[in-house]
Write a new protein. Structure first.
Ligand code: ADP
Ligand code: MG
Length: 615
């Protein structure tokens, strides 16, 4: 493999066209739409479709990207709508006697206030749901949605109760005609979609998708998963809140009947129908549905039984889930703005892992002191004491069920130890979670490969860089140059590491489409991407043939030579004996030997452990 051959740029022309042309065509169609529609009624339908596009895109952050459920999403929409209705119509017009036509300056204030209030509500609903799962989560979000709706009915002094609030000034982009309103809402939708796309193609979006795909791995890449779930709730809620403000001004009147329990399910259905987790899915789902609904309004059967419309939606969703489970749109969202078209990584130089954080020179690398772990009555680890020194590859062996993986889980913060102490570079880690452990400089791979399967290789790698790409949400939304530069630097680093593990030209492939050896290598490279001082490998050669195993041994040695210590669990004795500087043997959760490979080979306790249990 030569590194200094200039690779050709491999971005197909059609991909570029699609990336730029589709948004432009859709945008153009949306701009001319009011002139093509047969009358004001249809322009109002189009504006309503845009409201639902915004709502579906906001809910998509939760349901589609992060994999969180919310059956009470409309609550945030209600909060936004009432915020502006109360502030504008009740306080400024009724209370302070302002002329509604002169209140244009209040609109941005309403927007900002609604954004903050709905985001706070999102945090309030999000916080308890972080602990709840499945059914409980569904009920909690549903209950929260109903609480907000019931408050809007019964807090008469504030909301006008069931009568609602009238006299909300109209949206005015070129007068208060339906067309002017449509363009105002269109502007909102465009801003929301660009903001969401910007956020998704940033460390935030990758953290969300990583959580959806594999929360444990996300955490072991240094992502504080609870924080990002909360952020997803806040962002989703803020989108709904802003949309609520536009909706209130569009209707100029709101009351509790403007929002029904059913709307929660409709918006959720639209996300699923269009394609959860995609960019265009919510847009397509919402547009098709609202126009369909407006057409169906003229049907005799629907005029007699309006609830038929929702019934039809339910039917469509069910049928679609059978024939096209992913929804109408399948195109993946881009999770980075870095191009998937690497030139050659570092002309001519041999790629190697980038410099890491400085070591704490006095402290031992890893110190494990009398660590035990029980599962119910079973002792998976009993009084394990060991130390890893700088510059070592330490092999960890033992029969099946000896506790090797459990030890790795305990070291990496996946499983807390039942007792004992762990410190790394002088930092106590026995109470740390996976994200803390990773931040301290320990990275790991898993016994069964665990990649983010729906991400590209490069995106997987960039998740590994999460810890050094942090930033403010607005900075990602606005795509500030500084964050873009950091992202490009991380992508370059990813390319060097991919070349280092022998996958120099695979960055654009989906993880799930890689061959098995490639997946193993990406998992190692992704762990290296977190710039660890210590790398824990759980049976990396499992399922590999002989030549693949030899190549892996070579890679492991090169990682150690780059200054990263390694703990290696392996069943392949040739590999383990060949690369390890020292081997620790576990049996029934107890360390029975800790020595150089030549001594381990003839250690009677080790021979007995293997003959006694496995042979
Ligand atoms: P190894 O990796 O050495 O094959 P493990 O660490 O996976 O062994 O397992 C050690 C013992 O702990 C086994 O008896 C296993 O069944 C048990 N064990 C591991 N994880 C759990 C768990 N989450 N719950 C209950 N028992 C577990
Ligand atoms: Mg294991």
């Amino acid at each position: 493999m030569t590194m200094n051959i200039q690779k050709t740029v491999r971005v197909p022309f059609s991909a570029v066209v699609r990336r730029i042309a589709i948004p432009l065509i859709v945008m153009g169609a949306a701009i001319v739409l009011p002139f093509l529609l047969p009358g004001d009624r249809w322009v109002r339908v189009a504006a309503l479709a845009l409201i639902y596009v915004a709502l579906a895109s906001g809910l998509n952050i939760l349901v589609g990207l992060t994999g969180l459920l919310d059956l009470g999403y409309i609550a945030f929409f209600i909060i936004g709508a009432y915020t502006t209705a109360v502030l504008t119509a009740r306080v400024f017009v009724d209370g302070l006697g302002f002329d509604p036509d002169e209140l244009w300056w209040l609109f941005p204030v309403s927007l900002a206030l609604a954004l903050v209030l709905s985001a706070v509500a999102g945090a309030i609903i999000g916080y308890p749901t972080l602990r709840a799962r499945g059914d409980y989560l569904a009920i909690m979000t549903l209950a929260f949605g109903e609480i907000v709706r019931i408050v809007s009915i019964n807090w008469v002094d504030l909301t006008g109760g069931s009568v609602g609030i009238r006299g909300i000034p109209p949206l005015s982009l070129g007068g208060s005609s339906p067309t002017g309103t449509y363009y105002a809402v269109l502007l909102m939708v465009v801003v929301i979609l660009i903001a969401v796309a910007g956020l998704v193609a940033s460390p935030v979006g990758r953290a969300w998708v990583a959580i959806r795909e594999d929360e444990l791995v996300a955490s072991s890449m240094g992502i504080k998963t609870k924080r990002y779930k909360l952020l997803a709730y806040m962002c989703g809620a803020a989108v709904a809140g802003v949309t609520g403000v536009f909706f209130a001004h569009m209707q100029q009147f709101i009351n509790p009947d403007s929002f029904t329990l059913e709307d929660n399910f409709i918006v959720l259905s639209l996300v699923i129908l269009g394609g959860a987790g995609t960019f265009w899915g919510p847009v397509v789902g919402a547009t098709l549905w609202i126009f369909f609904q407006a057409i169906a309004r003229d049907w005799a059967i629907v005029q007699e039984h309006p609830e038929f419309r929702t019934g039809i939606l339910a039917l469509i969703v069910i049928v679609l889930m059978i024939v096209r489970p992913g929804g109408l749109v399948r195109r993946r969202l881009r999770l980075t703005r870095a191009r998937h078209d690497a030139g050659s990584p570092g002309d001519g130089e041999t790629p190697a892992p980038d410099p890491r954080r400085p070591r704490n020179p006095g402290a031992p690398t890893l110190q494990v002191d009398d660590v035990s772990r029980t599962f119910g009555g079973l002792s998976a680890l009993r009084g394990v004491t060991l130390q890893i020194d700088h510059g070592e590859i330490v092999g960890l062996m033992g029969p099946n069920g000896a506790g090797k993986s459990t030890l790795l889980n305990v070291l990496s913060g996946v499983t807390p130890p039942s007792s004992g102490r762990i410190s790394f570079e002088g930092i106590p880690l026995d109470r740390a979670d996976s994200a803390d452990v990773n931040a301290a400089g320990i990275a790991r791979t898993f016994q069964t490969v665990r990649l983010f399967w729906d991400m590209t290789v490069l995106e997987n790698m960039l998740v590994g860089a999460h810890g050094r790409l942090k930033g403010w949400v607005p900075a990602f939304v606005l795509r500030l140059p500084r964050t873009a530069k950091a992202e490009r630097a991380a992508a370059d680093e990813a390319r060097r590491l991919l070349a280092f593990v022998g996958l120099g030209d695979r960055e654009g492939e989906l993880a799930k489409s890689l061959d098995y050896e490639g997946q193993r290598r990406v998992e190692i490279a992704r762990a290296l991407m977190t710039r660890p001082l210590l790398l824990l490998l759980d049976e990396p050669a499992a399922g590999m043939n002989e030549s693949e195993t030899r190549a892996l041994a070579d890679l492991i040695v090169r990682i150690r030579d780059a200054g990263i210590d390694i703990v290696l669990i392996e069943h392949d004795m040739d590999l383990l004996m060949g690369v390890s500087d020292r081997i620790i043997v576990l049996d029934h959760g107890v360390v029975i030997a800790d020595d150089i490979p030549e001594q381990i080979r003839k250690n009677p306790l080790v021979l007995e452990a293997y003959l006694g249990s496995d042979a």
